[in-house]
Design a protein around this ligand. Structure first.
Ligand SMILES: *Cc1c(COP(=O)(O)O)cnc(C)c1O
Length: 467
């Protein structure tokens, strides 16, 4: 096995050190925590400035190689990253557009499934295929999705050798476009499950499957949802390119569910990127807004909103922010996460609240304001934005006056992915890009299962080839 300079540790402090390939292929750490780099690699100001004009895949390669070390031959990593972004509709992978004075959208939805998750997932699929080819063995990817992770995973992993993909989505709680992106894959290694329950129940089942070490080992279980650190690393890239293009430290506003995307912003900051603030924008499922504003991280029942990819009441990646905010105090974090499982809440100590407040602010937007924001952007600029982006724009309006410098809203989905909400807000029906025109007419295939871990485990066991 090749040597790695960078290694990975668990947020809960009890797991041994992992190599990059382990962090890539494993799910959560064996102690239940999340993988984190032992130290943050640094990117100097001159190199950051060079990203302003560099092709996006070059910037992505420069960042990712700092985490990958020599896990892959450099030419292979470069080729995989280039191929990942060849699957995008535009050569500007993450273009910026100005929609108002000092207000920019960072368009992250030009990949195959029209949401930002393609940006990391397309890289991840290629890394998985290469790692398995080099190491041997099979992998079983299991992902819970509120809609976009599943379609992105299916687009990235469908048809790959030595990998089966199982995607669990909450039945009837994803948009028709999202559902069809998951159910119309032509590949035999793709298995789409509609779960009779919420996203949080789907995620709990996936976590329980990982905790079942006999099963996990037998099928080679691996995770590609945002608890996979390599996704966070790949997502940190567009923070760099956007800031470099603007030539100033931006305020980034991030429509947030599982806290993966906004944590990628913290990762960029810790690698040396100057950023004014990270603004967490939530819908009515405001666990993170409450944690940051009131100091209590407490779950509630997930509510359905117009921005379903953020209908989440447990934000897994917040654990990574707590790990850093506590100065990597794994003893505290282990107890806190145990208490969260038991009681559904954590009271954040003053030192951790203060550390989080230095970096993050948070605002909640309800459906009425989401619709009003979509309407206003359409009236003022002629642009259609999706409801997740609108939650971000609504939060951005609250910080714009005091932001001093550019405010960048991460535009996380294409409006055509959520046509019903767009039509309600603007009267317009956003057209699907040409390559997806016939999506809703393609034959669908999915299994419907009740929210029961044993049923899901049996379903998977019956379908995977032995590792
Ligand atoms: C996944 C998703 C989000 C939330 O991202 P997190 O990393 O889970 O916080 C926001 N918008 C869209 C469109 C998404 O698909």
């Amino acid at each position: 096995m090749k040597n790695n300079h960078q290694y990975f540790v668990s947020t809960r402090g009890l797991a041994t050190k992992h190599s990059f390939l382990d962090a890539l292929l494993a799910g959560p750490a064996p102690d239940g925590g999340l993988m984190m780099p032992d130290a943050w690699p640094q990117v100097g100001m001159a190199e950051i400035a060079s990203f302003a004009l560099a092709p996006y895949p070059d910037a992505a390669h420069a960042i990712l190689k700092r985490f990958a070390g020599d896990a892959f031959a450099d030419a292979d990593l470069k080729a995989d990253v280039a191929a990942a972004y060849d699957s995008f509709e535009t050569t500007d992978i993450a273009p910026l557009t100005e929609i108002g004075q000092n207000l920019h959208l960072l368009e992250l939805f030009h990949g195959p499934t029209l949401a930002f998750k393609d940006i990391a997932m397309q890289v991840l699929g290629r890394m998985f295929a290469r790692a398995l080819a080099e190491r041997g063995g099979r992998a079983t990817v299991v992902a819970a999705t509120s809609g976009d992770t599943g379609s992105a995973a299916i687009a990235a992993f469908g048809g790959l050798a030595n990998i089966d993909v199982f995607v669990l989505h909450p039945k009837d709680r994803v948009s028709e476009v999202q559902r069809c992106q998951m159910t119309t894959s032509p590949f035999a290694n793709v298995h789409t499950i509609a779960l009779e329950g919420s996203f949080d129940e789907a995620q709990a089942i996936v976590k329980a499957l990982f905790a079942d070490s006999a099963f996990a080992g037998a099928v080679g279980l691996t995770a590609v949802n945002s608890i996979n650190f390599v996704r966070i690393a790949a997502q940190s890239v567009y923070y760099f390119t956007a800031a470099a293009q603007l030539g100033a430290a931006p305020t980034f506003v991030v429509p947030t569910g599982n806290f993966g995307d906004v944590f990628a912003g913290e990762a960029a900051m810790r690698m040396g990127l100057p950023v004014k603030r990270l603004v967490v924008a939530t819908n009515e499922n405001d666990i993170i807004a409450r944690a940051l504003n009131d100091g209590v991280y407490a779950t509630g029942a997930a509510r359905r909103t117009l921005s379903p990819s953020m209908d989440i009441q447990i934000a897994s990646n917040f654990e990574r922010a707590l790990f850093e905010a506590s100065d990597r105090d794994t003893d505290w974090l282990r107890d806190a996460m145990a208490a969260f499982v038991q009681e559904g809440r954590i009271e954040l100590p003053a030192n951790i609240r203060a550390a989080l407040a230095e970096r993050y602010s948070a605002y909640r937007t309800d459906d009425a304001e989401t619709l009003a924001t979509m309407g206003r952007v359409h009236t003022e600029t002629g642009r259609l934005i999706d409801p997740h982006t609108a939650v971000g724009v609504a939060a951005a309006r609250r910080v714009l006056d005091d932001a001093e410098g550019p405010v960048v809203v991460l535009s996380t989905a294409h409006p055509a992915k959520f046509p019903d909400a767009v039509r309600r807000a603007t009267g317009q029906i956003p057209p699907l890009p040409p390559r997806l025109k016939d999506l809703l007419d393609r034959p669908e295939k999915m299994a419907v299962l009740s929210a029961d871990k044993d049923l899901v485990r049996a379903f998977i066991t019956a379908r995977v080839a032995p590792p």
